[in-house]
Ligand binder design. Structure first.
Ligand code: MN
Length: 490
């Protein structure tokens, strides 16, 4: 086994000592061979890219299947090896993940706004399996690392897209670690002047705060011990550049008003301990009114939980604390990604068939992860809103209500196409006009030029109000003209 592979396996076993890594070893050899001789623009061997993406995922504690798919993610696009060969070698599940990642990457570039809108929707469509999105994040993070080799225009496009799409989605999924890393990597390309301004501005005050907090930390550790805490950690958390930049904009660009360049984070075993630790902190230092936030009792919509407080120390300095359990910490850093490494049973639950909708998957998770029930319920409501996302043959994304049919699709493209649609293909297979579409379907509608207008029967099955209104209007117009003819004749 070579050194690189050994490092990857070690990273997996650091989190999951008993994980079966056969699939990872196999994927490593397979992808290394497929990319053999290829180079990235940076001059590195091509394989270093999927390898780095896999490494990011191993460190985030994801399952061997996801890591294997990350190793393979560029094979169908960048080598002669096909997805079918991957399927033969690794099975449906890994092939499905690789295919999903490839699909997300394939959205064509046609003007910034449309592209961004398409990508956003694509992400939601691909969320029939969140593992695909996670791999795509790791892919993107590694691409951001080597962005400097590209021309300015491409740098800007990729960085902007990262800031506008990837980071907010990561945030929505509660993946704070991904969000911050993506933001900081993209920030310096999107706003280079602001980036150097923030980093230069913050470097000294941040070092000063770090030094001061060492004192505070020591005091707190002693007090926690005295109060009988044994199993806890207190550590400094440095504010990320991009979130610092946004905060500076809200504070008149005045860095002296920002007290949480560095904050202290306390991690304890139980929820009860969180509240006890909060009490300990408030006994040592007076809390600032209005700054105590209980995100344990009232989690943020992305599932984030912690207690926050800001206190004034004897030196009249403000210090911010975050208090949480280990589970809350995992959730805050990795969000939904934190739930994959559970165990054989949990893993089984994610072997969803290709057409399984995210809603159903969430329902499965719900059974698996009792303590997060509310969080998942919220995600479901928030992210999906009973919509499906389907594609034109050219890769444009069309958003429709759940249960929509090819007729709804045709009307969403253009009223004339709706009025005259006669046949429909879904994923290259001919279907009836009342066929129920699923997220991710590619739809082609054929029109009959001689057709006068829609059939009133379509009202029995269309779902979108646009199609319904249009059909009603058109059939009413026809009826009216029929009556007017009839009346004038009479
Ligand atoms: Mn890639």
């Amino acid at each position: 086994m070579d050194d690189q592979l050994q490092k990857l396996i070690t990273a997996i076993h650091a989190h999951q000592p008993t994980a079966d890594t056969d699939v990872v070893e196999l994927a490593y050899d397979f992808a290394a061979r497929a990319h053999d001789g290829q180079q990235r623009l940076s001059g590195e061997p091509y394989f270093s890219h999927p390898y780095n993406a896999a490494m990011i995922l191993a460190e985030l504690n994801t399952s061997p299947d996801i890591i294997a798919a990350a190793l393979l993610h560029d094979v169908p696009e960048e080598s002669a090896v096909t997805i079918e060969e991957i399927r033969k070698e690794f099975g449906d599940d890994v092939a499905f993940l690789v295919e999903g990642v490839t699909k997300v990457g394939k959205v064509k570039y046609r003007g910034v706004e449309r592209y961004i809108e398409n990508l956003r929707k694509m992400f939601i469509a691909m969320a029939v399996d969140l593992r695909v999105v996670i791999i795509r994040f790791a892919d993107r993070l590694d691409n951001l690392r080597t962005l400097h080799v590209h021309p300015r225009e491409k740098q800007l496009r990729i960085a902007q897209e990262s800031l506008e799409i990837y980071a907010p989605i990561a945030n929505r999924l509660g993946m704070g670690e991904f969000k911050s890393r993506i933001e900081d990597a993209a920030f310096k390309y999107v706003l280079p002047d602001e980036y150097s301004w923030v980093t230069h501005l913050a470097i000294k005050p941040r070092a000063a705060q770090e030094k001061y907090l060492k004192k505070v930390e020591k005091q707190l550790v002693e007090e926690l011990r005295r109060q009988g805490f044994t199993d806890f950690t207190v550590s400094g958390r440095v504010k990320h550049w991009y979130s610092l930049y946004l905060k500076l904009l809200r504070y008149d660009r005045d860095i002296t008003r920002i007290y949480d360049l560095v904050a202290l984070r306390v991690i304890v075993p139980t929820v009860q301990d969180c509240y006890r630790a909060l009490g300990t902190i408030h006994q040592l230092w007076a809390p600032l009114p209005g700054r105590i936030k209980d995100y344990i009792a009232q989690p943020k919509t992305n599932g984030y939980q912690s207690l926050h407080t800001t206190v004034v120390t004897a030196d009249k300095r403000e210090v911010e604390f975050q208090i949480r359990t280990r589970e809350m910490h995992q959730q805050a850093e990795y969000g939904v990604a934190a739930h994959w490494h559970y165990d054989e049973k949990g893993k089984q639950a994610f072997r969803a068939p290709k057409n399984m909708r995210w809603v159903q998957e969430l329902a499965t998770w719900q059974k698996e992860i009792e303590e997060n029930q509310q969080h998942l319920e919220r995600l479901k409501v928030d992210v999906l809103k009973d919509r499906i996302f389907v594609f034109t043959p050219k890769g444009d994304v069309i958003e429709l209500p759940e249960g929509s049919t090819p007729v709804d699709f045709a009307y969403a493209i253009h009223s004339d196409i709706g009025d005259r649609c006669s046949r429909a293909y879904v994923n290259d297979v001919i279907v009836n006009l009342d066929h129920k579409l699923k997220s991710g379907d590619i739809i082609e509608v054929l029109i009959d030029k001689n057709r006068k207008g829609p059939s009133p029967d379509w009202l029995q099955f269309v779902k979108s109000s646009h199609a319904r209104n249009r059909i009603r209007a058109a059939t009413r117009a026809e009826r009216d003209s029929f009556f007017s003819k009839w009346v004038s004749k009479a």
